[in-house]
Design a protein around this ligand. Sequence first.
Ligand code: COA
Length: 243
Amino acid sequence: MNGFETVIYERNGNIAHVTLNRPRVLNVYSVQMRDDLYEILSAIKADDEIRAVIFKGAGEKAFCAGADLSEFLTAPSVVKARKIRVLRDLWGLFRSMPQPLIAALHGYVLGSGMEIALFCDIRIAAENTIFGLPEMGLGIIPGAGGTQTLPRVIGLARALDMLLTNRRMNAQEALESGLVSRVVPGDRLLETADEIARKIASFKAAAVRNGKQAVLQGLDMPLQQGLDLEKRLAMKTRTSGHQ
Ligand code: COA
C-alpha cells in the first residue's frame, strides 16, 4: 500500500507510520488528504497484525497547520459535500480504530491538525510545538470533532478559552493542561514515539484493544454501564488467545 499523493504510509514490523506529507504548505489537510487517510486507515483497521500506529508530519515546521484554505468553501454543493462525508466519514473511522494511535507532534498543530491529534490515544510533543484552533477568526467552527474532543481532553474552561479567543498553547502549557502526555526535545520525538509503539506492540493484542475500547467507550457511559462494559471486556481478554 503506497503511492499516496499527500500521505506516506510505511510499515515497520507490526507498527504503522502515517506521515502527513505536504511540507511545502505545512501539511495542511485537503480533500485529497482526507481520501488518502481514509484509504490508509481502513486498511490498517482491517489488519490484525498492526499493533500501533504513529502519526507525524513531514518537514521541520508543522505537524499540520489546519485545513487547506485554498480549498476553503469550494465544495461543489452542500448536498454533495454531505454525501461524501457520510461515505467517507474519516473522523468516525479515526474514532473506531482498534489499535492505539500515537500522535508525534511538532511545530504548528492547528485546526484539523489539532483535531487529528485529538483522535489519537497518546499525544507527545516536541518542545517547539504550537497548538491552536484558528476557526473563530475565519468565521467557522471546528468541523472534525474539536468542539467535542477538546473539552473532553483538557476540560471545559481551557477548551472554551482556546476555541473562543483563538488562544495558542505551547508545548509546556499543553503538557500542563493534559493535551499531551509527554514533551521531548525535537530530535527525540520520533524515537520516543517509536519506543511507545514498540512497548504497546509487545503486549497481548487483545488486552491492548479491549483496554482502549473500555476507556474510550466507557467515557460516554454512566459509571455503572462503564463498569459492566469493563467486566465484559475483561472476560473477553481472559478468554482470548495469547497473542
Ligand atoms: N492553507 C493553505 N496554505 C497554507 C495554510 C493553510 N491553512 N497555512 C499555511 N499555508 C501555506 C502558506 O500559504 C505558505 O505557502 P507559500 O509559500 O506558497 O506562500 C506556506 O504554507 C508556508 O506558510 P507561511 O504562512 O509562509 O509560514 P509562516 O511560518 O510564516 O506562518 C502559520 C505559519 C501557521 C502561522 C501561518 O501559515 C498561518 O497562520 N496559516 C493559517 C493557519 C490556519 O488558519 N489554518 C486553518 C485552520 S481551520
